[in-house]
Design a protein around this ligand. Sequence first.
Ligand code: NI
Length: 136
Amino acid sequence: MIYISKIMHFSASHRIYNPKFTDAENTRIFKQCANPNGHGHNFILEVVVCGEPNPDTGYVIDLKELKCIIQSEVIDLVDHKNLNIDVPALQNVLPTSENLVVFFWQLLADKIPSGKLYKIKLSESEHSSVEYYGEK
Ligand code: NI
């Protein structure tokens, strides 16, 4: 089994705020992430596909093709957007990285033409990231 990875970037803003909580509770739980006007990240998105290389091409998946799929399915949807407001599918979702990787998985899993989606990793900074391997 071969694991092939594509890393892409997008910039987006969000506010981590649960309307079920009071303002004071939101501030206690989410701290500055709950600031009323949100904040931004330069996200790093890694998508890993696994499979056996095609004997004729030597590829698990053509990385240029994978890049185009990530661009059209994910990046175009979220880049330079306010994730709380501009992405209809996230309207009732707290746009944490945890929830974003699950959302991105749903967008990508059926679109991979060869091999299988194995992992999605999302980093808000060089110091923190989340990884998702799909439903187990
Ligand atoms: Ni944030």
